[in-house]
Design a protein around this ligand. Structure first.
Ligand code: PLP
Length: 407
């Protein structure tokens, strides 16, 4: 065990910025009114909520009435996808949804749920870097296509998708377009008009805001049937007493991220590139997953041959380093990551994946500590590994174009 601790799992969640905590605190104590109440305590809460909505809308280039506060990315994805599907079912219209195999489970499980009710789903393939081709999206569109849902940036491998181009296709073919921008926020521009999206999901805890609050942007006129019944909150689109403190926290965190976007991108990409270069220099049979350029500034994801992701995580944890295997292994399932599978990374190699996502508080010393620790761990695990014996290495380790196909 060590006293040193290096948090490299910002794609999982981030610490709440102290300025965000300060902005939220009064709404738990002296400003605790219900925004629906008509006396001044309620009106004060209502004002804070609407001000937060305006702040978010300005950053997204949206109208404030197009912003719905939700409980996070998962709810936003569910609301968008099921909402459009159920509107179409109600009107006996489109029955077909287009998405990709590399989406977050909040999207994948939502479309799987809809399949049980007869909706049909096309998964547009990705290339070996995880990139979707807008031409393939266009080819997948059918007369009964009612929704396209494609993520802005991938949470495991950091691939940035050509959202504006896919949006052009969607506009031309009159199909509503949703993007899960949960991982993009804080690093990529979020202007919904430049991105050509009709719906967009965000989650505050990925950009130094609190957990349990998100945004669903819904362009005016988007055909959608909202699911949550009850009071008239959020313009009758999401019933339930609003979480004012969380909304204030989200708006504050998004504003801070937006105001410092360039510096954040520079800081994260410098650390990311140092980590990637260091790993490639010090560890053989290491394969970078996802694109070398056009990837999220905070994302590093490698497959290490002849090692098991979970064992690496446990060893890193003992050295004070928090990372992620980027696969479903933690849930006791031995399935490798669906994202790596879709990128045609061979199954036995996909089991040795490691995601490290840097953030605001990380330093070059943190990265150097990881670079001094990780090679020893990989070496030790390889020496003990039954995977090693009699196995060929997968390519020369320097390029994704050398991947062999997996049957
Ligand atoms: N979508 C993506 C791409 C994510 O990375 C996550 C969180 O990991 C979610 C959705 C779910 O967001 P939340 O944790 O706010 O429900």
């Amino acid at each position: 065990m060590t006293d040193r601790s290096v948090y490299l799992d910002h794609a999982a969640t981030t610490a709440v910025d102290p300025r965000v905590v300060d902005a939220m605190l009064p709404y738990f104590t002296e400003k605790y009114g219900n925004p629906s109440s008509i006396y001044s305590l309620g009106r004060e809460a209502h004002r804070a909520l609407e001000q937060s909505r305006e702040q978010v809308a300005a950053i997204l280039g949206a109208d404030k009435r197009e912003i719905i506060f939700t409980s996070g990315g998962t709810e936003s994805d569910n609301t968008a996808i099921k909402g459009v599907a159920w509107w179409n079912r109600l009107k006996s219209k489109g029955n077909h949804i287009i998405t990709t195999p590399i989406e977050h489970h909040a999207v994948l499980h939502s479309v799987e749920y809809l399949q049980r009710f007869g909706f049909e789903v096309t998964y547009v393939p990705v290339d070996r870097d995880g990139v979707v081709d807008p031409g393939d999206v266009e080819k997948a569109i059918r007369p009964d296509t009612c929704l396209i849902s494609i993520m802005y940036a991938n949470n495991e491998v950091g691939t940035i998708e050509p959202i504006a181009e896919i949006g052009e296709v969607a506009i031309r073919r009159h199909v509503p377009f949703h993007t899960d921008a949960v991982q993009a926020a804080g690093y990529l521009p979020l202007d919904v008009n430049k991105l050509n999206v009709d719906m967009m999901s965000l989650s505050a805890h990925k950009f130094y805001g609190p957990k349990g609050v998100g945004i669903l942007y819904v362009r005016r006129g988007t055909p959608i049937l909202y699911q949550q019944s009850g009071g008239a909150q959020e313009g009758k689109r999401r019933a339930g007493t609003e979480n004012v403190a969380a909304a204030v926290g989200l708006a504050t965190a998004l504003t801070i991220s937006h105001d410092n976007l360039e510096a954040e991108v520079q800081h994260a990409s410098r650390l990311r590139d140092r980590l990637i270069a260091g790993i490639e220099e010090r560890i053989e049979h290491a394969h970078l997953n996802g694109p070398r350029t056009n990837r999220l500034p905070n994302n590093v994801n490698f497959c290490f041959e002849f090692v098991e992701g979970e064992s690496m995580l446990l060893n890193l944890d003992m050295a004070g380093i928090a990372a992620s295997s980027g696969s479903a292994c933690t849930s006791a399932s031995l399935e490798p990551s669906h994202v790596l599978k879709a990128m045609q990374v061979p199954i036995e190699i996909a089991h040795g994946s490691l995601r490290m996502s840097v953030g605001r508080e990380n330093t070059e010393e943190d990265i150097d500590y990881v670079l001094n620790t990780l090679p020893g761990i990989v070496l030790r695990l390889r020496e003990m590994s039954p995977l090693r014996a009699g196995q060929e290495s997968w390519g020369s380790g320097d390029s994704h174009t050398e991947h062999t196909h997996q049957e």
